[in-house]
Design a protein around this ligand. Structure first.
Ligand code: PLI
Length: 462
């Protein structure tokens, strides 16, 4: 599918290293039990290759680290804040910046200022914290992603697309005045890091704006989405990812961003808007829940590193080429070995189809949670469940949401691991698949009420 003309290599060399340690089988047996079979509850010291998340786990550049030293810690009017404002304006094209401690801080504020009790918020598949804040504000999330997104084997090049018929139907059913905005995620995380096309985004924005509905991006992984548009959509091959990111944002009225991903920092995020009145309402929330409007939830050095990370990610196309190239390298190794993973390979990680591997484990015994624990036990590689545990319960009926996708995610941190680490990871996954019948289902011993996947505890079903 790639149309690139040359093979990739990392456009950097390594200046600092951090030792990692392989554990023994006995240590891992004790660690996973102690963690209640939840990879979120493992200590990082007990992990060999950490693919829990690509969030906040990037390696910063020397230029970003230098920025940490010259960050301006003024409470009000920090120079680093203004550097961040101009980076967001130059790269994303939004004029109003509301800095937050991370993505969910921005989601909280956006949901509170726009959603009224009883409103509907359509989106291209849910994300955990995004949907939480929409529901917390009294809204109801409605999935309007294309059907192909729910099919691990579909090779559709834009599985993140909005299904315009589903959106039209929702507008007809509930009325546009009950839909404050559509939440459009770039490179949809829960679908496997799958992009939406520029044409689809444009058509979605037209339908929404004709009906007075705002378009709010979750632009957390807009860079990776831009790379796939460049590879797969007619007319974009000669454009830079910088131009494509700008065009993606041009169709929207604002965006929430978790800067812990594309933006190459370990903490931070922002809400960006066009409408100054809406920005005023957001800043009123900001000072109550995050901090003064010129730092929000970040220190000056965090804002300085972020401003530099935003510019760095689009400085050349080589960065994102190597980033997505490394993910594809792991994906290709697994596909070659016959491991069922979401295809096409996504932007930020590999998503293993646990239901296909563990047909003997019923859905309510959490196949993906069980496979995540088994992979850790066998190899020290840490992934994350993205299935029924992550999906939580229906607010109204109290039943589990049963997503069609029951996945183990191996998310690849940016600029952190080498190709050899990818080889070892592939070997680990292939090893577990030699005896899938050894993996048993799990049941809750503790189930938190909301965002349960973070802190839930389990035990094996005997
Ligand atoms: O973790 P935060 O609060 O900075 O960002 C929340 C968030 C919002 N949108 C999307 C698409 C995300 O992927 C996201 C966080 N993702 C995490 C933590 C992950 O492991 O994928």
């Amino acid at each position: 599918m790639s149309v690139s003309h040359h093979s990739w290599a990392e456009p950097y060399k390594i200046k600092v290293v951090e030792p990692i340690r392989m554990t023994t089988k006995e240590e891992r047996v004790a660690a996973i039990k102690e963690a209640g079979y939840n990879s979120f509850l493992l200590r990082a010291d007990d992990v060999y290759i950490d693919l829990l998340t690509d969030s906040g786990t990037s390696a910063m550049s020397d230029h970003q680290w230098a920025g940490m030293m010259v960050g301006d810690e003024a409470y009000a009017g920090s120079r680093s804040f203004y550097n961040l404002v101009s980076a967001v304006e130059d790269v994303y094209g939004y004029e109003e910046l509301i800095p937050t401690h991370q993505g969910r801080g921005a989601e909280h504020i956006l949901s509170q200022i726009l959603i009224k009790d009883g409103d509907y918020v359509p989106g291209n598949m849910y994300f955990t914290t995004t949907r939480f804040h929409q529901e917390h504000a009294g809204g109801r999330f409605v999935d309007v992603i294309v059907d192909e997104a729910h099919d691990p084997a579909s090779l559709h090049p834009f599985k993140g697309n909005i299904d315009l018929d589903k959106l039209r139907k929702l507008i007809d059913e509930v009325g546009a005045d009950k839909i404050p905005y559509i939440s459009v995620e770039t490179n949809v995380n829960m679908a496997g890091g799958q992009p939406l096309s520029m044409a689809n985004l444009k058509a979605t924005a037209e339908m929404c704006h004709q009906n007075g509905i705002l378009v709010m991006l979750d632009a957390t992984r807009a860079l990776e989405n831009a790379w796939f548009i460049k590879q797969r959509e007619a007319g974009y091959m000669e454009k830079s990812v910088a131009e494509i990111v700008r065009e993606i944002c041009s169709y929207s009225d604002g965006a929430t961003v978790s800067s812990k991903k594309d933006n190459l920092v370990n903490i931070g995020g922002f809400l960006a808007l066009r409408d100054p009145e809406l920005a005023k309402a957001a800043r009123a929330m900001l000072v109550a829940f995050e901090g003064l409007h010129t730092y929000g939830g970040m220190s000056g050095r965090d804002m300085e590193a972020l401003a530099r990370g935003i510019r760095e990610m689009v400085e050349t196309d080589d960065h994102v080429h190597a980033r997505v190239g490394q993910v594809e390298y792991l994906g290709d190794a697994l596909i070659k070995a016959g491991v069922p993973i979401i295809r096409p390979v996504g932007g930020h990680g590999i998503f293993i189809d646990a239901k296909a591997i563990l047909p003997h484990i019923p859905h309510d015994q959490f196949p993906a949670q069980a496979l995540t624990a088994a992979l850790y036990l066998a190899s020290g590689v840490r992934g994350m469940e993205r299935g029924v545990v992550s999906a939580g319960r229906d607010k109204v009926t109290g039943d589990h949401h049963y997503p069609k996708l029951e996945l183990v995610r191996l998310a690849i941190p940016r600029r952190v691991y080498t190709q050899a680490h990818m080889d070892v990871t592939a070997e680990a996954v292939i090893g577990v698949l030699e005896h899938p019948e050894d993996v048993t289902g799990l049941r809750f011993t503790y189930e938190p009420e909301s965002l349960r996947f973070f802190q839930a505890r389990f035990e094996p079903v005997s």
